[in-house]
Ligand binder design. Structure first.
Ligand SMILES: [Zn+2]
Length: 117
C-alpha cells in the first residue's frame, strides 16, 4: 500500500516490494506505523540493487492510509533521522515530514516535543 502511494506520486520511478525490513506501530490519536522496506525499480531491470524506503501509515475508522513513503539514501547516514517512538533500527528521513520527527543528534537542551497538529 505504501508503495502504491510512492508509485502514484513518483511516476517514472515505480518500484516493487522486495522485502519488508522493520516496522513499528504506536498509538497516538489513532494507530501509526513506521516501516522500512526494500523495493526495486520496476522499469530498470539492469539495476537489481533494492532501494531502502521509509513509509508512514496511519489508520482511522476507514482503514490504513499512507501519509508518506520516502526513498532513503543509505550512502548518506547524516540524512537519517529518528522519531523517538521507534526502535533505533528503524531508519527515518532526517528532514522529517512524519509524526514524532526529531534529529538523531538533538542535544538534550534543545529537545522538545515535535508533535504538531
Ligand atoms: Zn518512527
Amino acid at each position: 500500500m505504501a508503495l502504491e502511494h510512492y508509485n502514484t506520486t513518483n511516476q517514472g520511478d515505480e518500484h516493487e516490494l522486495v522485502e519488508a525490513v522493520e516496522s513499528n506501530a504506536f498509538v497516538f490519536n489513532g494507530v501509526w506505523i513506521h516501516a522500512n522496506f526494500l523495493a526495486k525499480p520496476i522499469a530498470d531491470s539492469s539495476c537489481d540493487v533494492p532501494n531502502y524506503f521509509f513509509a508512514e501509515l496511519k489508520s482511522d475508522y476507514t482503514g490504513f492510509y499512507c501519509l508518506s513513503c520516502v526513498k532513503m539514501d543509505l550512502g548518506e547516514p547524516r540524512k537519517l533521522g529518528g522519531c523517538g517512538l521507534c526502535p533505533r533500527q528503524i531508519m527515518h528521513p532526517v528532514d522529517g515530514g512524519y509524526r514524532g520527527a526529531k534529529p538523531f543528534n538533538d542535544s538534550p537542551t534543545t529537545e522538545r516535543c515535535a508533535f504538531t497538529f
